[in-house]
Design a protein around this ligand. Structure first.
Ligand SMILES: Cc1cc2nc3c(=O)[nH]c(=O)nc-3n(C[C@H](O)[C@H](O)[C@H](O)COP(=O)(O)O)c2cc1C
Length: 357
């Protein structure tokens, strides 16, 4: 069992992680031997060594993206950005959680503390902070140009309430991300920490408007949507009927909401934040379920979008499970934060297995 320190330090503020990180093994990237694939893979028309990487969130800036590339994560999502400055929630932003059995999708109450034990599950609560575009555009462009052969940056973004029509703000954010030359765009429609109970991705008409605005604004870049876990197949089908032919891919899942409490039963993130998103091991069942249902609907509806499977991946077997149920690519946030060697581990296993076939 691996006990390496995470590359994002939960005890430090978001700003300190941004300026001082990444930490642990991600702080030194020399002398790494990355196993190379016997054949090159293609994802969204781009050559990738292995369709595996880190989803939106843990890679705060170009320094984090460069470390992830150096450690063999070939698809790196640059953390979600906005068209305006947006401050992070105060500490705590990350806590370990200890669900009794598997976490449900019904906002369970879970014990949260600072004891991170493998396999790690956490709650994260940041509020999707962003610097202003003049800061993140230059940095994202630096990250994009750091991609090695068979690697690529995906630029994640979202619109902000109160910036005029939300679909237009999404489109503006997409244009700003496209200017950095990020080859793939990802619109986050699933953030649970914005103070709204109904996530944007469950509002089918609004998602259709947003997808159309983005595609009209940036027609030349593959567009992925980041979706939360849908409990209901009928709702997922309705969504795909509206957007399945507009978009290029879906990345799913984001977190499952829960009520993290401390040992005294009080809200562990503070009384103003009774709920937090849970990610890591406790939600893998939901990512496998969502990807497998999405892949079946894709086939039945004769749609062509790609699927990025996200949620609870921390081993080679988890990578294989998501690929087996229909994911074209797989990503790990929590698993990678606590194991910087995860991509190397997966490649070692995959290519060793390929040689013995
Ligand atoms: C520290 C952290 C920050 C995150 N921030 C974002 C974000 O800004 N945008 C987003 O779409 N998802 C965000 N996520 C969610 C992840 O992209 C991912 O969907 C979720 O963590 C499930 O994957 P995991 O179980 O591998 O952690 C964040 C996750 C973590 C751990």
């Amino acid at each position: 069992m691996n006990n390496l320190p995470p590359f994002y330090d939960p005890l430090l503020s978001y700003e300190d992680n941004y300026h001082q990180g990444p930490f642990g093994q991600f702080s030194h990237n020399d002398h790494l031997t990355i196993p190379m694939p016997p054949v090159i893979n293609y994802f969204a028309g781009l050559a990738v060594n292995l369709p595996f990487g880190i989803p939106a969130g843990p890679l705060l800036n170009a320094n984090y993206v460069k470390a992830a590339f150096a450690h063999g994560f070939d698809l790196c999502v640059y953390k979600t950005v906005r068209t305006t400055l947006h401050k992070s929630h105060p500490l705590p932003n990350v806590l370990a959680i200890h669900p009794q059995g598997r976490l449900s999708a019904n906002i369970d109450t879970v014990l949260a503390d600072t004891h991170y034990t493998q396999p790690v599950s956490i709650t994260n609560s940041f509020g999707v902070p962003s610097f202003t575009p003049d800061i993140w555009q230059e940095d994202m462009a630096d990250a994009v140009s750091a991609a090695g052969k068979g690697q690529c940056v995906i630029g994640s973004f979202q619109g902000t309430q109160g910036q005029g029509e939300i679909a237009k703000d999404y489109a503006l954010a997409a244009c700003l991300v496209a200017e950095t030359k990020a080859p793939i765009l990802e619109a986050n429609l699933s953030c649970p920490n914005e103070g709204v109970h109904k996530l944007l991705c469950f509002d089918v008409d609004q998602v259709e408007r947003i997808a159309n605005e983005i595609k009209n604004a940036v027609p030349d870049r593959p567009l992925f949507l980041k979706l939360a876990y849908f409990t209901d197949d009928a709702a997922l089908k309705r969504l795909l009927q509206k957007i399945g032919h507009i978009i290029d891919g879906i990345s799913t899942i984001n977190t499952l909401s829960a009520r993290p409490v401390n040992a005294q039963g009080q809200p562990a993130l503070g009384k103003n934040r009774p709920e937090g998103g849970v990610c890591g091991d406790a939600i893998r069942w939901a990512s496998i379920d969502m990807v497998s249902r999405l892949a079946k609907l894709r086939d039945n509806m004769e749609l062509k979008f790609l699927i990025i499977g996200v949620g609870g991946v921390s081993t080679f077997d988890h990578y294989q499970q998501l690929r087996a149920v229909g994911a074209d690519a797989v990503m790990s946030a929590t698993g990678a934060m606590w194991n910087p060697n995860l991509a190397i581990d997966i490649k070692n296993r995959l290519y060793a297995d390929a040689k013995t076939d």
